[in-house]
Design a protein around this ligand. Structure first.
Ligand code: ZN
Length: 295
């Protein structure tokens, strides 16, 4: 830590300091994705800025937390409850860096994109089917833990700039309601309605709930309607129950099947879009060979 008085950055006008922070922390990038523990991507050394001195840390951090979307991957095998009890028992330094990053992002960022991911494997049968990992059945419980942590901080974060500025959270269910749906049995003690209840209680956040639906060769509206009966309809029903809450729901359709233009008006209306939100390739998911999975 250098002495604050002699720090040349701190002698510059605030606007120039902010520009330095923006460049060093690449704040032009709209979202930040935490490194997966195993990936070999080089570290972003710009973040050393946060270690320069206390005042720079405070200023640069608040700029980061207010202007960048934190991407938070959730997998069936992650235990946020476990992180909290580790902190209680052994202190914050007992966490791995990526665990620390995820926890901090939930507690401090103004905008978050929480995205469900899953590992997958090849079935032992001769056809070698691709199957999502069985731990995905606990995904609602994991998402619930993350949301409890996130919502506990919302009142504070939404007032961080001095006036009320509501947090923005995208909860992206990936393929949970379509392609994963038939592969796993969500047996955990928590259901989608528990997730919505937690969201409903947090009135300091504007919520956007999104998920993918694949419209490829095998799919027709009949199939899509069937899925709507199983998964999408449940979501619609529950959202209606919580109408007072600021939750928007969007189904992101992709694939080359021409179901879109004909039927969208009657069936889906504003619910459906062809604008697919990219998700991260740094964390495992299935299917991962689609072009909107990005680094
Ligand atoms: Zn098989």
């Amino acid at each position: 830590m250098s002495s604050q008085k002699n720090n040349r950055i701190l002698n510059l006008p605030a606007e120039i300091r902010n520009n330095i922070y923006r460049c060093t922390l690449s704040l032009g990038v709209k979202r930040r994705i935490p490194r997966n523990g195993d990936d070999m991507k080089p570290r972003d050394y710009g973040f050393r800025l946060l270690q320069l001195c206390r005042q720079i840390n405070v200023e640069a951090r608040s700029l980061l937390e207010q202007s960048v979307t934190a991407y938070i991957p959730i997998l069936g095998g992650m235990s946020f409850d476990g992180l909290i009890s580790n902190i209680n028992l052994q202190g914050p330094s007992s966490l791995y860096p990526v665990q620390n990053t995820l926890l901090t992002a939930l507690l401090t960022f103004h905008q978050v994109h929480i995205h469900l991911h899953t590992q997958w494997f090849l079935c032992a049968c001769p056809q070698k089917h691709e199957r999502v990992h069985p731990s995905t059945e606990y995904i609602y419980g994991r998402l619930r833990q993350a949301l409890l942590i996130y919502t506990s901080a919302s009142q504070k974060v939404s007032h961080a700039s001095g006036t009320l500025r509501r947090r923005k959270a995208t909860i992206h269910l990936d393929h949970l309601l379509c392609r994963w749906f038939g592969m796993i049995d969500i047996r955990g003690p928590y259901a989608f309605s528990d997730i919505l209840k937690i969201m409903a209680r947090d009135t300091f956040t504007d919520w956007s709930l999104r998920f993918y639906v694949a419209a490829n060769d095998m799919l027709t509206w009949t199939v899509l309607d069937k899925m709507a009966c199983d998964g999408v309809a449940e979501v619609r029903k529950l959202i209606r129950q919580y109408e007072a809450v600021n939750v928007t729901v969007t189904v992101e359709v992709y694939g080359d099947k021409g179901i879109w233009s004909m039927e969208v008006k009657e069936r889906g209306g504003d619910w459906l879009t062809r604008d697919v939100t990219p998700s991260s390739k740094l964390w495992p998911s299935w299917p991962d060979d689609v072009k909107w999975r990005q680094g």
